[in-house]
Design a protein around this ligand. Structure first.
Ligand SMILES: [Zn+2]
Ligand SMILES: [Zn+2]
Length: 111
């Protein structure tokens, strides 16, 4: 390899790297770098999207479950408020994780 691993993207090994301000990972500018409009890399973005999608799946499942017509409206309101709060909690937790916590979680996921 023409480049030392210390100068390559952690994901794909490409050169022209930058450091993610959130997780401090060394990522390529081209593909895995800081996401437009965000302050984190594409690996961090995957983490956030995955958690938001899980909340959406729970919401969708509950929506399908409303069987009593009289209760449906309020159940729907409650479910929507709950989803909004969950999404806010997910974003807050995402913002609070330290680079050490993030890296540790990633190692566990790979293992
Ligand atoms: Zn890369
Ligand atoms: Zn990152």
């Amino acid at each position: 390899m023409a480049y030392r691993t210390s100068e390559a993207c952690e994901v794909c090994g490409k050169s022209r790297i930058e450091f993610c301000p959130r997780c401090k990972a060394q990522v390529c500018v081209e593909t895995h770098g800081v996401v437009a409009g965000a302050r984190h890399c594409s690996i961090c973005e995957d983490e956030l999207v995955e958690e938001l999608e899980s909340a959406q799946i729970v919401f969708d499942a509950r929506e399908r479950d409303f069987s009593l017509p009289r209760m449906a409206f309020w159940s729907d309101v409650v479910a929507r408020v709950d989803l909004a709060l969950t999404r806010r909690r997910i974003r807050r937790m995402f913002a609070r994780r330290s680079p050490e916590m993030i890296q540790r979680a990633r190692m566990q996921r790979r293992a």
